[in-house]
Design a binder for this molecule. Structure first.
Ligand code: 2M8
Length: 416
């Protein structure tokens, strides 16, 4: 075992809080939804029991309506804002009131494949949780049946302050009933984080939805931010494919057909978001009705879930190559050179191990193995040079944000 693999495993062990893994100490002291799915895939490579535990502990936070929240507050901590008293949700274990990208079923299939026959019951229980969540996505976040699911908060995208949300967030008031008491900038430099104005809007949205008592139908009507989002829908579709696979494996034919219908709907809808002039896919702002043309990584995420015609795939890859040309670390989350591009500020430019992981899977699926290898090499050497940072400045290669970061460790193990 190399030193880096050992170090990655050590980080996952150190961030363990009892069957679940915090993203990093202090900055993120709870269980985060998509972080845990990536971590479970990391564990699946050497400790299948622990991989199941990660998903099982996340599923403890699942709401009666099927949503799996973006944060599960298993134990109290005062190093993070906003905590449970801001969310005001009613689930048994305190949780946030919004969700995050549904990587869960992708992880479940990998964990199941790594396990032996005896683990069937464990997979089945988690499969049922995932099925309930996928049903929630289509019912609560696509009530009109378009095939694209909508986000009501940028935190749901996982790409919190991406330029993709700038226009939609500009309409969200900066007034809050809850005082904004940021803790993040006590842990990492403010230049690496969202701005104060972003936080006021984030919390305005939380106040608005808490005021709806977290009722999905009421939130849908009152949401000042509503984006039919391409990255999340692509992840949902890939997860849907894996879920359908598990349904068939378990002989649950009716459910398999139900999932297949969701998948077919989303497949068609995502394809409809391809913009040849941009060589990428676009999300839609459901408040203004306009395409979101901001140049971010999300535009290429559909490769993960679609088998594109060769011409489309090579157009997308040619564009990806233009974005990453000359960078020390690919892949940038915003196209370099744009006014919105900030190479150190979180989701406005930096390269992230888990995004690269998803892009690499998508590139391989679409026969673009050479660029996938470049991205893989770029990710691994960034980590080997700088350590397991939250993310990397694509120009200098500097490791930024939190250190000893769980999903970066999982990405290293997976990509190695
Ligand atoms: C970041 O988001 C949280 C809010 O969910 C925050 O900044 O407080 C994002 O990078 C998100 O994608 C990630 O899941 C989370 C924990 O790593 O941190």
């Amino acid at each position: 075992m190399t030193d880096h693999i050992q170090e990655a495993r050590r980080i996952l062990a150190v961030n363990d809080r009892g069957g679940y893994t915090v993203p990093t100490d202090r900055l993120y002291p709870f269980q985060w939804n998509w972080d845990s799915a990536f971590v479970a895939m990391g564990f699946a490579l050497y400790d299948v029991d622990r991989a199941y535990r990660e998903l099982e502990r996340l599923a403890e936070g699942q709401w009666a309506d099927g949503m799996i929240p973006h944060i599960v507050f298993h134990q109290p901590s005062d190093t993070y804002f906003p905590g449970p008293s801001v969310w005001r949700t009613k689930h048994g274990i305190p949780t946030s009131g919004i969700t995050q990208p549904p990587v869960f079923a992708i992880a479940l299939r990998q964990v199941h494949d790594a396990a032996d026959e005896g683990a069937r019951e464990r997979t089945l229980a988690l499969y049922l949780a995932a099925l309930k969540w996928h049903r929630w996505w289509y019912a609560a976040r696509d009530p009109e049946g378009t095939g694209l699911v909508a986000l009501l908060h940028p935190w749901e995208s996982g790409s919190d302050n991406s330029p993709a949300w700038d226009a939609a967030m500009a309409r969200v008031p900066t007034t809050t009933t809850t005082p904004v008491v940021r803790k993040d900038i006590g842990h990492v430099h403010a230049d690496m984080r969202p701005r104060d104005e972003d936080y006021r809007r984030f919390i305005h949205l939380v106040d608005t939805y808490a005021d709806c008592d977290w009722n999905p139908a009421e939130q849908w009507v009152r949401a000042p931010f509503k984006v039919a989002e391409i990255q999340t829908t692509a992840i949902l579709l890939k997860a849907g494919e894996d879920l359908e696979h598990l349904a068939r494996l378990f002989g649950r034919t009716e459910e398999a057909e139900e999932i297949a219908a969701f998948n077919a709907l989303s497949r068609k809808a995502i394809l409809g978001q391809w913009r040849p002039a941009l060589s990428r896919f676009v999300s839609r702002d459901l408040v203004s009705g306009a395409d979101i043309e901001a140049a971010t990584q999300a535009g290429f995420l559909p490769l993960l879930a679609l088998d594109l015609e060769a011409a489309m795939a090579s157009a997308a890859v040619a564009e990806m190559r233009r974005w990453s040309a000359g960078l020390k670390v690919a892949f940038p989350t915003t196209k370099p050179g744009l006014a919105a591009y900030e190479p150190k500020r979180y989701w406005r430019g930096p390269a992230w191990g888990i995004i690269n992981w998803l892009l690499i899977e998508g590139l391989r699926r679409n026969g673009e193995g050479a660029f996938a290898e470049e991205l893989r090499g770029s990710t691994l050497s960034a980590i080997e040079r700088e350590g397991f940072a939250e993310y990397f400045d694509p120009e200098t290669g500097e490791g930024c944000g939190g250190l000893g970061f769980s999903w970066t460790a999982a990405a290293y193990l997976w990509l190695k």
